[in-house]
Write a protein of this length. Structure first.
Ligand code: ZN
Length: 177
């Protein structure tokens, strides 16, 4: 478990929205599950258990709270997400280590990894690769040479770049050597 019970219970008591979607309090007595920020009365500690996805809550027989609508949680972004995505976009020309992101937004690396896994079903580096290849596509369609574009988006090997590109977009059109 990535957060302690007491930590999560504290977030509930504070109605902290920054953890919405990252964990879900389930109330055993009412069989309702919520967002940590739910404004409903705080349930007793003994009546709460925590899960980390809404599908898990449903699997255990909990119903979504009508007040905080926990099923909408996947659309909720913690406030550090935009900074992480902006940093990845700006740095399309190199690999960005996960730890660099963690330091940038002062979040636990496992929180960031989990977010990308939950939201996009991929690792951060895979998410970043799609950004870099997207940039490559743009550069290529503006007449960039493959060898140059590969290097501009941070690939040391042209072969490696072509393989990755092909996987995402198919063959490079009108390829200039
Ligand atoms: Zn609720």
């Amino acid at each position: 478990m990535k957060y302690s019970f007491d930590f999560m219970y504290k977030k509930m008591r504070e109605n902290d929205t920054s953890f919405d979607g990252l964990f879900f309090p389930c109330v055993k007595t009412t069989k309702i599950f919520c967002l940590p920020s739910c404004k409903a009365r705080l349930p007793l500690k003994n009546n709460v258990e925590f899960v980390f996805s809404s599908s898990e809550a449903i699997k255990y027989g909990y119903n979504p709270c009508k007040r905080c609508h926990p099923l909408n949680a996947p659309f909720y972004n913690p406030d550090w997400v935009e900074d992480v995505k902006a940093h990845l976009s700006e740095n399309f020309d190199r690999r960005v280590p996960d730890t660099e992101l963690a330091n940038l937004v002062n979040q636990d690396i496992s929180t960031i990894r989990r977010y990308f896994k939950d939201q996009y079903g991929m690792l951060i580096k895979d998410f970043h690769r799609t950004i870099r290849l997207n940039k490559a596509k743009e550069l290529l369609s503006n007449g960039g040479k493959v060898t140059e574009v590969a290097s501009l988006v941070g690939y040391q090997s042209v072969k490696g770049f072509k393989l990755a590109y092909k996987k995402q977009y198919g063959e490079i059109e009108n390829e200039k050597p």
